[in-house]
Write a protein that binds this ligand. Sequence first.
Ligand code: FEO
Length: 180
Amino acid sequence: MKTKRISDKIEKALNEQMTREAYQSQVYLSYASWAEVNSFPGIATFLYGHMQEEREHMFKFLKYINDRGGETKIEAIKAPPENPKNVEDCLQKILKHEIENSKQIDKIVNLSHEEKDWATFNFAQWFVKEQIEEETLINEIIDKYTLASNEKDNNSNLYDLDRDLASASQHATIPQEEKL
Ligand code: FEO
């Protein structure tokens, strides 16, 4: 049994975020399946990849809570929302989920700052960066989608976009990562 090095309040916030990451994974799973049955295999592959990433995020929270002597509570995960109406709706909804998730991460950052819990503050920074990457990536895909659907022959453009997404990176490159 490890010495408990996080407050009850932080432990609760981390547990809630762990469950939220599991929920995010379920959202990607459900949207990926929707894309697959609606003949967008590339988008489905991309979303299945993200499903796995969110699962890893959930596990990072679990490990951190346990490593800091806290106790993880595995709770029920609420059902994902209804299927998207179309690809654009799918992308917009994903962006909304990610922005909401970023706000929740910010709350953990604030809380750890208030408590001067620098270990948790440092842990949460990884997620701050991750959320910037995820929002950037999805915004880039939305831009590509807008371009593809505005041009002539948009069926062919959407086909190309779907094919490209199958091999797209799960990460956007953000300026902080570039070496000077
Ligand atoms: Fe782990 Fe995309 O939030």
